[in-house]
Design a protein around this ligand. Sequence first.
Ligand SMILES: [Zn+2]
Length: 516
Amino acid sequence: MNTLALKYRPRVLADLVGQEASVKALSNALRRAQSTGRIHHQAFLFAGVRGTGKTSSARIMARSLNCIHGPTPEPCGVCDPCRATEQPDLNLDIIEIDAASRASVEDARALREQVQTRPAFCRYRVYIIDEVHMLSRSAFDALLKILEEPPAHAVFVLATTELQDVPDTIKSRVQIYPFRLIPVGLIQGRLEAVCKAEGVTWDEASLRLVAEAGQGSMRDALTTLDRVIAAGDGHVREDLVREQLGIVPAVQVQQTLAAVLAGDAGGVLDQCAALASLGTDWVSFWKELMLAFRDHLEREARKGSPQETLRLARALHLLLQRERDLRDASLPQVVVELALVTAAQLPHLVSLDALVRSGGPASGPPPRRPEAGAAPRAAVPPAAVPAAPASLPALPVSEEELKQRCSDALRAAQGTLSRTLSSLPHLASRLSFEGGTLRFHFGPNVRNSAQELEREQANPHLISVLRAALPGLQRVALTFESAAGQRPEDVLKEDPAFQRLLQAVGGEITQVRREP
Ligand SMILES: [Zn+2]
């Protein structure tokens, strides 16, 4: 083990960073032991990823149990038993077993015999079994027998990185304490404290990079810190940290980000080519870029520019969706390039909201929207009914006459339109003509006959045939009435804003799906 990780190894439970829940529970167990004179549970299992403090905690437990002032959560650190924990190899009462290297049957048998031996000079004999999931089947059986009836002087602290590989029979005999990944902020705080204690100075962003590289492990972070302090001659330099950790220089991250934000796909590819020539680790570059993107997003959000914030959030969302591809990629550079070039196209795209609001690029000036402003978030209000433009008054005809006119016009066009259509005006339960829209209302019983019209309703020929009979006609709409009221998808299909959107993007409805 390197010097810093050893020197700043936690000595009491309170020193452990980021494991509050387990620390509290263990401290309580020790405090109870202090008042009753003996530890209630004799077997603990510390589970979690490497470098989160499991083995350190096991030694702290040994010390806490054996301190002459103990059992106590605050061992004195100066009495003989306390100091003996500093050298486990010389301490007969702390037995550290690495299950990975000692999984044999003989060892298991030896353990059973050894466990009966009383402590040499401490209160408890503490058995620390690291990577306990590596034990052989027979070793587990032996351990289980011991745990079922442990001698009063023995305490077992098991540690594992693979809790799921520990047999349930063992798990049911031990108290399990989870050891979690340590948050970056806590690791960074600890690194700063260590640097101060060591009289080491550091560049602003450098310790965060070291903390992030630790990936939740304090030990790994301290090991890296050792290296960069040595490389920087007593000062932690950001450029050296980046070099040591294979992190792309900050300026290149910023330049790539700028190219994406400017919608400069060529610039993005140039940056990627430059990074490739440096032998960049694409996964760590990606992480850096996403963090830079996030920081930019935060700045825009705080500036209070909702449109830009939304645009950036969409781009970031799009990029994060590509992250999984990157992890399994055989050609990570291509994945990064593809994702960034796609994101670089976003600035050129008009947002759907803007499209709906503008009425689309193909349909002239924006139509009057009485609800605009009152409900800015409802981009497609399902029940919106357009107000009739003043230039297109409803024809002063009765509904019967309207039906007749339409029917006649459609019958006259039988050569070019399906003959079924001419019967539909009379099959409609209601027919209205308002604001340029000829609206057919159909009851549920004519649903099938009306399908022909539903298919043809946007056919320009049909529109022009009907317009000859009804000057000012712009579109044909259908409403299907049912006992349960209008279906939401029909409401949506007839919504003028939605129609404009379809027209603007040249889209068609292929499927309507209701989401819960
Ligand atoms: Zn002590």
